[in-house]
Design a protein around this ligand. Structure first.
Ligand code: FEO
Ligand code: CA
Ligand code: CA
Length: 639
């Protein structure tokens, strides 16, 4: 979700415009914030030194009001005292009355899946409509074949592949609250499934380029489908952004085929990884449609209020394994989008639109993501510095070495092979950039760097050494960290920034006195690993979701199942808010505009046939689900 616009839904937009004036007003208080936190920002990250103990910080905290919960290995969701949760929707639930209720025995067919909520829900946004209705857009990142099919057949039928493709993409559906319970509106006018076969327009400088032309689309302007939709974003003009991540795993061939350097950089292999789409759809056979993979790896913009609209893949925001798309507005009104590329040793990006956001003028805003400038982050530090300076380096043809001699003959090639362009300009290799979150009132952004077993050990995909240091301070980093940056001039549109680490995850019980214990704001009561989902609510609480090692032993002893925590950006305090069921990942977060309901994603409970029956219990099949969390006294979540 995008915190800048959480309270700027379609319903209240009229009352709150112009948005970026409000944002500028909120930023006025930033000087006070810096003064309050200056003492904390550097010294607190030196192991064992902090002015406040966790206990005294907890007592003083006005931002976070719930009582932290312990780690858990239970096969359920646990939330703090005074909170309740219920399941909103699970994989296979029909969104239309002509669909079929989820069948525990067969798990459905291609046809039923096309009418139902997809698998592995991830990023999501809730949109409040002017007439009081709510529509939710939820990513369905991939499928769990061990549960998608009744038998774990290695030989998939045509209908198995149809079902798998329909389990991917985006589910859009209306929701309503009855008493304390949220429900899907079956047959809601806006209900829609977007799958790996839905037609999508290609926009921006790379549209129509030779590298995007295929046998089924000789113009290179109309792609079919989106897949591996990981994190998300939302725009101030009311559209949904879905982010294509691990698309590389869906291409294969049985023919003799020689991969290009670019295909290798993006992790494409000729051997099928089990999905078998290439057997029934030539688009996914590398030898038959070698450019098809160049049409995945983008930010896709969807209008959730028009089920007949054509989603648009925006090449201007680059092609890589997109995690999420966090939108902010620069001081001059241009749109800033922060973008992570989730791979060991890949990079952190920023897009700035050419034109300015025009509050209320959705027709002009609609094309903002079609034209702009892409940048990649370079962090500056010395030795073991845990804070420093940095800059955004422009990825524009003819600048910074991005010339024909270095392999780039046009802007289109830079946008299609963005990873390689980032290597040319000397971008910093990162520990797997996952979600970026922008603070609602301070000009600062946070990115979860989830982990990197290759840090200090192996080169990245571009052959660049992954040196230990700066925002990636640990060799063989199994725990992850969250880096934070503050743009100069309190403006997300400026090219220079200061950075520090908000937290280094770790295990103070297993690795006391070392970097692997984590930063000073990590203790035995709140430890976790592999921060991934990241979002602010409108009050400035930072919600942290994990996709980590849940074996609860060795390096990860005491951490339990994947979880969600809440951080205070000013004090650094972190409290555990939620624990998930067995073998799940917690990912995806959305709020109602009044912040009294929080929606959270529980992805792949029981993956690899781990013993889970979430959420149905008994002997039911484990199913990825979106849950709704409310406070029993009807209050704001988290306070
Ligand atoms: Fe889909 Fe990087 O998580
Ligand atoms: Ca993720
Ligand atoms: Ca992850």
């Amino acid at each position: 979700m995008n915190t800048l616009v959480t309270d700027n839904t379609l319903a209240d937009r009229e009352a709150t415009e112009p948005d970026f004036n409000r944002i500028a007003d909120r930023m006025v208080s930033r000087r006070g914030f810096l003064a309050r936190t200056a003492a904390f920002s550097v010294t607190a990250f030196v192991m064992g030194t902090t002015a406040l103990t966790p206990a005294t910080r907890a007592a003083a905290n006005r931002l976070i009001g719930f009582r932290a919960i312990p780690a858990s290995g239970a096969d359920t969701v646990i939330v703090p005292e005074g909170y309740s949760w219920h399941t909103l929707v699970s994989w296979g639930d029909p969104l239309f009355s002509k669909g079929k209720p989820f069948d525990q025995a067969t798990r459905g067919t291609g046809e039923s899946q096309e009418l139902a909520f997809g698998d592995n829900n991830d990023g999501m946004s809730l949109f409040a409509l002017p007439d009081g209705r709510f529509v939710m857009a939820v990513n369905n990142e991939y499928d769990n074949p061990e549960w998608l099919f009744p038998t774990d057949s290695k030989d998939r039928s045509a209908d198995d592949v149809r079902k798998s493709k329909a389990a991917h993409g985006v589910s859009i559906f209306e929701v309503q609250q009855n008493g304390n319970t949220w429900q899907v509106v079956i047959d809601g006018k806006l209900n829609r499934r977007i799958t790996a076969d839905t037609p999508m327009a290609i926009t921006g400088p790379a549209a129509g380029h030779a590298l995007l032309k295929t046998p089924s689309d000789p113009e290179g302007r109309l792609a079919l489908g989106t897949s591996n939709n990981c994190g998300n974003g939302r725009t101030p003009w009311g559209t949904y952004l879905t982010c294509e991540e691990n698309f590389n795993g869906y291409f294969a061939t049985d023919a003799e085929y020689s991969l290009t350097e670019a295909q290798k950089r993006y992790g494409i292999k000729t051997k099928d990884r089990g999905v078998q789409w290439y057997k029934y759809d030539d688009r996914f056979d590398l030898s038959k449609s070698p450019n098809e993979a160049n049409r995945f790896g983008y930010i896709v913009e969807i209008d959730p209020t028009d089920p007949n609209s054509t989603p648009r893949k925006h090449t201007a925001l680059g092609r890589f394994k997109h995690e999420n798309a966090e939108v902010a507005i620069a001081a001059d009104g241009r749109v800033v989008v922060y973008l992570g590329d989730d791979e060991r040793g890949e990079h952190l990006y920023r897009f700035i639109s050419k034109n300015r956001y025009a509050p209320g003028n959705d027709a002009s805003n609609a094309s903002l993501l079609e034209d702009g400038t892409l940048y990649v982050a370079k962090f500056v530090y010395a030795g073991a510095d845990m804070s420093g300076r940095g800059e955004w380096i422009e990825l524009t043809h003819g600048k910074n070495g991005l010339t024909a001699e270095n392999g780039f003959s046009s802007q289109a090639e830079i946008l299609i092979h963005t990873r390689m362009a980032a290597t040319v300009v000397g971008a910093t290799t990162m520990d797997r950039p996952e979600w970026v979150a922008v603070h609602p009132t301070q000009a600062e952004a946070y990115c979860a760097l989830t982990n990197n077993s290759n840090r200090g050990v192996k080169k990245n995909g571009g052959g660049v050494e992954q040196a230990v240091g700066g925002p990636n301070p640990r060799e063989k980093n199994g725990y992850g960290q969250i880096v934070r940056w503050r743009p100069d001039g309190q403006d997300h549109g400026t090219d220079a920034f200061s950075w520090d680490l908000f937290v280094m995850a770790g295990n103070p019980e297993v690795h006391p006195g070392t970097h692997y214990a984590g930063s000073a704001n990590i203790n035995a009561a709140n430890m976790f690993n592999s921060p991934d989902g990241l979002a602010f609510d409108i009050d400035g609480r930072l919600w942290i979701q994990t996709d980590g090692n849940y074996k609860d032993k060795d390096d990860f002893a005491g951490m339990g199942n994947n979880q969600m925590l809440c951080g205070d950006p000013a004090t650094g305090e972190i409290r555990r808010f939620l624990t998930g069921p067995v073998a799940c990942e917690i990912t995806g977060i959305a709020f109602t505009p009044d912040q009294k309901t929080m929606f959270v994603g529980v992805q792949h409970p029981g993956e690899k046939r781990a013993a889970s029956n979430f959420p149905g219990g008994g002997d039911t099949v484990p199913r990825s689900s979106v849950i709704a969390i409310t406070k029993n006294d009807g209050g704001v979540i988290g306070n």
